[in-house]
Design a binder for this molecule. Structure first.
Ligand SMILES: [Zn+2]
Length: 302
């Protein structure tokens, strides 16, 4: 995990999950997200210590374990003021909620509660209710609502550099996922358009590299989501009388060359496919029906 400055006071640790750093003053500094686990946080703390860079604040963009898993260790080690968006904060404080919602609300078995789906509980000191200028020391940082990938994800802008979290993915991780994880296709697209319209000098996604010309990458994200949305619709259209949700997930994943290896991973893809479906349902193109005690997706007849 290498640290890289972008401006004199804004930089990031680049890894499988990026961790942002904003030097607010000689006394104050803020991390944007906390990485997957204790190991990731130890590396961050070692580097900041070696470079004598201050760390007083933590901004958690959304409650996915790869972004907050290192936070509990950080809070244990030192005083840190933690910000997180509303709703995401409820999950951060009660992280069992993630495996719980992914597995249809049943109480999750111990092996579903792995570090990729559930981190240690995080104390949230300030809950962000809406976009605002966040006052950190003497500096104010613009927060920006980017829901869609997660229920109430927020990004943050410092010195015209956007920390976009999973508001968009770098090209490589976009290709790797096949069907990127989202919970709401409409909001995902709205957030992508919003990122495009921001007058930022550059942006850092949660997974990928800093780019000045990030708009191209954001456009690529938009076309991937639109393409998957069409794919879902075509797969519903292809089977007369509707398709079971189970078969729809299977056929969409096969179309995108996704090979799901285990149950937790299946739940992530099921959620993503369902998130395109809710967009199609609200557009009154398709709807859920129950046939022979099976959940079926069918075209809305006009
Ligand atoms: Zn995420």
């Amino acid at each position: 995990m290498d640290f890289q400055w972008i401006t004199g006071s804004v930089g990031y640790f680049q890894g499988a999950v990026n961790i942002g750093y904003i030097k607010v003053s000689s006394q104050e500094g803020m991390l944007v997200d906390a990485g997957l686990d204790e190991q990731a946080m130890k590396k961050v703390l070692r580097h900041l210590g070696e470079q004598e860079l201050p760390l007083t604040h933590l901004f958690i963009t959304h409650a996915h374990a790869d972004h907050y898993g290192g936070a509990a260790y950080l809070q244990e080690k030192q005083a840190i003021h933690t910000y997180a968006p509303n709703l995401e904060s409820a999950i951060l404080e009660n992280p069992i909620l993630e495996p719980l919602y992914l597995f249809h609300g049943v109480y999750p078995l111990p092996h579903w509660r792995n570090k990729f789906l559930e981190g240690k509980p995080v104390r949230v000191d300030t809950i962000l209710m809406e976009e605002e200028n966040l006052k950190v020391g003497e500096v104010s940082l613009q927060t920006i609502a980017l829901p869609g990938h997660s229920y109430n994800q927020f990004g943050v802008i410092a010195e015209d550099i956007l920390f976009a979290a999973d508001g968009y993915f770098g090209k490589e991780s976009l290709d790797k996922h096949g069907i990127p994880y989202i919970v709401d296709a409409s909001r995902t697209l709205e957030s992508l358009e919003k990122i495009k319209s921001l007058p930022c000098k550059g942006a850092i996604p949660g997974h990928g590299s800093y780019e000045e010309d990030y708009v191209k990458t954001v456009e690529k994200n938009i076309s991937v989501h639109k393409e998957i949305g069409q794919l879902v619709e075509e797969n519903v259209r292809a089977i007369k009388g509707g398709i079971t949700l189970e078969n729809l997930v299977a056929v969409c994943c096969s179309n995108k060359a996704v090979v799901i290896k285990n149950a937790p991973s299946y739940m992530l893809f099921r959620t993503a496919v369902s998130a395109y479906l809710t967009k199609l349902i609200s557009e009154q193109k398709v709807d859920f029906a129950v046939k022979n005690n099976q959940l079926v997706v069918e075209l809305v007849s006009r």
